[in-house]
Design a protein around this ligand. Sequence first.
Ligand code: AHR
Length: 332
Amino acid sequence: MKPSAVKLLVAALLIVVVLTGCAPAATPAPAAAPAAPAAATTAKTYKDMTLCYPQLGAESDWRTANSASFKETAEKLGVKLIFSDAQQKQENQISAMRSCIQQGVDVIALPPVVETGWDAVLQEAKDAGIPVIVVDRSVTADPSMYASHIGSDMVIEGKRAAEEFNKMLPNGGNILELSGTTGSGAAVGRAKGFREALNPNIKILDSQTGNFTRAEGKPVMEAFLKKYAGQIQGVFFHNDDMAIGAVEAIKAAGIKPGELKMVSVDGTRGGFQLMIDGWLQADVECNPLLGPQVMDLALKLMNGETIVKEALTDESVFYPDNAKELLPTRKY
Ligand code: AHR
């Protein structure tokens, strides 16, 4: 065969291959692996939460209601609650917090018995990556040391009490103060607000602590009545439990309801009963039912959400005129 004929034959064969698709199969490109499902970022729920609540004590009906609010809310939502009772001792609260830090809880909610002395343990919680929500009373630590403070405005409560005395004693007079636990945010704030708003013609003859308890309120009032017999027109109580204890001493001294003008703080059932019986002329509200709000904030923290730095409870003042009607509706 002539070379020209060979060329023609090769060309003809190539055309056949192209037209019939008889060329060797090209290696198929590997099929793309199915995309892995995107890692789902599932939001944490209450059932994932372990919340530490180193309660400061059981000194008052307010405190009992506050503890119940945390226990009942945790039970309802499925939150694991690590609850302890520090019996009004800061060192017990600090040990309870340290134990919670060791256990690696998600959030600590701290109701501080006093305002100062929290820096070291707050730093330990921060180092462990555990956020702290300060509950009820305040702390003096720098706000960067805790996530949020939720509770009452104690200064406003003191001011509200003072306004009641200003109305009841327009011509002035002498009064006494049974104050709460020394150094507590509640006692410091109420005393401050009270003094800021009290008319200058009303004089606070004396102020002593009854540690927020009935047991201590009574002897303080007994001593007051001996020392200031016939010199006083009113008494300001930093809480209802001290008022209840003090009223026992006042009754024993032969004083009748209404002879002394008296204002308290809390709005517990016991305080309502004192208003119904004519002993208290006003009871400034302090709401202990903080469990739901604290757990809501704790969950937000667990999910990396930003929360408010300070959440102050909206409160008012209760009076005797409708105390009887409201008493059955009171939750604490
Ligand atoms: O910190 C809140 C105060 O503590 C309440 O007024 C009092 O009753 C409680 O003991």
